[in-house]
Design a protein around this ligand. Structure first.
Ligand code: 5GP
Ligand code: MN
Length: 367
């Protein structure tokens, strides 16, 4: 399987897909999958712009809306996680993951899926110690504070990922796992990015939760973005001989190293995206014992037994198949020929997404 990995998307879908198609022609290859490590900016229309935390000069529609409207179709299956520049309202609708546009799958706040026989996990957002134990309390319309905290990683989601016991091939996080620079040529990195040196020396660069996940999950590959540079590292997990190849990539700009193609051993294609049985069992278990809440919590010592949920999930997936529920357009897409009424969220208005609804129904959970 040939996988293209991309750093921060920043809404530049047209450019990234064109680059991939150019590489396919140039090398006479077919790329099976695109992975994006956050700052995706899935802006569907002008209203979504209100939930995007960027400087005013970056408030642009970019190109996601074309793929949302159906005017363009993603030429290769695309899987992404969230970063710190997102249509946070839209990603919240798809908290459990789902198609953000046809052929473009959001992994969820945390998630694991299968693409062919390759198992891909991811954690959205960036680490912030102060918000780590908070619940998901932010709802649109976001204010000056919540627009900046909504994308902070929560222990709840990390703890769900910590329950994954079966091997993960690829894991995605937006910010880098804390301490990852120790496993690569950081001297060369700081020559290129002097701004990082202080944090590297202090041992504070990166995501503490991601480092815990890296140590626990030991995936074969780990990809990140956020720091706008290319950096590779090899993590040796010690006694059991497992290693993780880490790669961070830049954002999508001319002359920048934002894309990497790699070949990984897999079954033969064509490949399909499927729900992951173990992950669905974990999700069901967590929802039934700790429903998604806006309250603070600390889950460190809880390791729930998911076996009963596993049975239920297996029979459900056997009955309906493991394909994710279909993409559903829930708001009008941006139309450049029409001046749109911007409209705002009413306080308390909580958009429901049919994919999330069906997903929870499948797991016999309340919305
Ligand atoms: P973003 O594109 O998410 O707004 O910001 C990424 C930029 O912030 C990058 O240029 C990156 O170098 C910088 N940055 C993000 N986190 C850190 C950090 O923890 N330490 C340092 N020194 N720079 C950071
Ligand atoms: Mn970022």
């Amino acid at each position: 399987m040939k996988i293209a990995v991309e750093g921060c998307m920043h809404g530049e879908l047209d450019t990234v897909y064109q680059t991939i198609q150019h590489l396919e022609k140039l090398h006479d290859i077919k790329i099976d999958l695109l992975l994006c490590c956050g700052d995706f900016q899935a802006i569907r229309n002008e209203r979504d712009m209100q939930s995007l935390n960027v400087l005013p000069k970056y408030k642009e529609m970019k190109s996601f809306w074309k793929y949302y409207s159906g005017q363009e179709v993603a030429p290769i299956p695309t899987i992404f996680i969230g970063g710190n520049h997102e249509a946070s309202n839209y990603l919240w609708e798809l908290y459990y993951g789902g198609w953000a546009a046809p052929n473009i799958f959001f992994l969820g706040c945390a998630g694991v899926v299968k693409f062919g026989n390759i198992r891909i996990g991811g954690l959205s957002g960036i680490y912030n110690a102060g918000d780590y134990h908070r619940g998901h309390y932010e709802r649109p319309p976001y204010n000056e504070k919540t627009i900046r905290s909504v994308y902070h990683v929560r222990e709840y989601d990390v703890h769900k990922l910590m329950q994954v016991a079966e091997p993960i091939d690829i894991f995605l996080s937006h910010d880098w796992p804390l301490g990852i620079t120790d496993c690569g040529n950081w001297q060369q990195l700081v020559r290129f990015k002097p701004g990082l040196e202080k944090d590297i020396q202090a041992g504070t660069l990166g995501n503490r939760a991601a480092a815990e996940l890296l140590e626990k999950l030991k995936p074969s590959y780990w990809f990140s973005a956020h720091l706008h540079c290319k950096f590779s590292a090899l993590v040796d997990h010690g006694k059991d001989g497992r290693k993780t190849k880490f790669l961070a990539l830049d954002k999508c700009l001319p002359q920048r190293r934002f894309l990497q193609i790699l070949e990984i051993e897999s079954e033969c294609g064509p490949f399909e995206l499927h729900y992951d049985e173990e992950w669905l069992a974990i999700t069901r278990k967590f929802n039934s014992i700790f429903p998604l809440t806006n309250k603070n919590a600390n889950f460190r010592d809880t390791t729930p037994d998911i076996r009963d949920c596993r049975e239920l999930v297996r029979s459900k997936l056997e009955a309906r198949g493991a394909k994710p529920f279909e993409f559903a357009r829930t708001v009008p897409a941006y139309d450049p020929n029409q001046s749109q009424s911007k409209g705002s969220y009413q306080r308390g208005e909580c958009p429901r997404n049919p994919q999330t609804e069906s997903f929870l129904q499948l797991l016999e959970l309340p919305y």
